[in-house]
Structure formats: structure tokens, C-alpha cells
Design a protein around this ligand. Sequence first.
Ligand SMILES: [Zn+2]
Ligand SMILES: [Zn+2]
Length: 280
Amino acid sequence: MALKLVSRSQWGARAYRTPNGATPYNRPRRGVKLHYLGTAYSDRAHDKCDDYVRQIQAQHMDGNGWSDIGYSFVVCTHGYVYEGRGLKRRNSANGSTSLNEQDYAVLLMVGSSGLAKPTDAQLDGARDAIEYCRQSGPAGDWLGGHRDGYATACPGDVIYAWVKAGAPRPAAQQEEDPMAGITKQDIYNAVWRTDLVAAPDSAGDRATNKTWQPESYLKDIGNRVRSLTVTVAAQSAAINALAEKVGSGADTKTVVQAVEKAIADAVVKVSIDVNGPDAS
Ligand SMILES: [Zn+2]
Ligand SMILES: [Zn+2]
């Protein structure tokens, strides 16, 4: 997932008040705390999301008297990440100055009623925001919610359980088929270009046969495995026959005949084992 960042100018943020709104972090952040709205919330079309973010900012600045929107980032149900105070600037959402200093604050636009469960896109967006804070904040690996160290229900049980589980990507994303969209021709091209097995017997055919398919490649490998199995069995039988005859006083001709018979028997037996009795 690529971060879908909506900058302050893109969502029409008001300028923050100074000096408080500009207070930088003076030590590394431990990690990221998540929040929810804690009020009724209903989902809306994405072109209405920035209205809601501006409304939160107005409430924080005009209602609470803060210098800016309290959160570092705000994630809408469509997975967009709105820049609140952003990186480097201390948030005012975690409950106290020391808590604000400790972790970034990321809000998921989810209510305590109405839309009360985050969407998959939103969880992806929250994960993007966490990674952005970690990489560019910087922030450490710690993850939690507003309720950690402060008496509040925020961010609700659903988001809290998710963040405490390590904020994993939604299952649909994790279980994406790694072969999706890969055609037989792609496999052919990859195999042909890299030539993973040195010169199989039919390499000449592959070079000239325009209808050569990946299945042919697998057949090449199968044939080579069979041939190796027979060779190993024959060598092993030869060694056993030698060990038996040498030192028994038998003459050279007898030893050679015994070894040849052992090899022939082993080859017949292994050929039947690997090819089946009807194989030619
Ligand atoms: Zn909160
Ligand atoms: Zn949205």
C-alpha cells in the first residue's frame, strides 16, 4: 500500500496558532497511539471527508481553544491519511503534555456508534500512517491507544485490539495470490531467460521448438531425475558386487561378470520403480 497522504493545504487546513502550534518534539517518539471519534459517525462519500477533518480542526481550535487540530494524522474510511500536526510537531491529543511528547497520535474516523468498525481501506491507511511515523518521524515500534496511560474508552475495543495485535494489514491484502496476473507466457519467458537447469537434454529442442511450454521444462527435469536415480542405483549395485567378490578368491572374469549382472539387475529394478512396468 502506498501512503495516500492529503497535505494540510490539500484539505484546506487553517493556519495553526503560534507559538504552541509550532512546538517541535524534543525527544524521539516511543511509537504511535490510535484514536477514534468517540461520537456517532456515519460514513460518507470521500469528497465529504475533508469537510469533516476541517470540522474537527475547528472544534479543537474554537471549542477546546487548542492551537491546531490535536492529531498528528487523521485516516478516513477510504484509507486517505490527512496531515494534522504531521511529523516533528507535538500533538495535543494523547491527554497530557508528557503523553503528547511520548507518541504520535493517529485518529481513525470511526464512531462509537453508527460506523463503529474501521473499514479494510482504513486499517490499511492507518498502517500506512504508522509506517510513515516510524520511518520519517522517527518513532519506535511501540503501538497502543489513547486509553494506554489515560482514562478513556478511546480508541474503542475494535481498534484497540487491532493495534495491540501489531496493526496487521487486513486479511484480504495479506492473502493476495502471489501468482495473480502471471501468465504461462511470463513463466516461459522467465524460465527461458534464466535457464535454471544447465542444458537439459532437450535444450536444443527448446531453442528451436516454438511450441515449447513450461510443462516441457518440468518433463525435462523429471527425465533427468529418473536418469540420475538409475545411475546412482547402478553404481551402488556395482560397489556391493565388488565388495562381495573381491577377496573371495574369484578370478577377474568372474568379478566383472558379477558386477555387470548386478548393474543390469539394478537398472531393470529401478526403471520399473520409477517408470512403472509399462514404461518403454
Ligand atoms: Zn482519543
Ligand atoms: Zn475519505
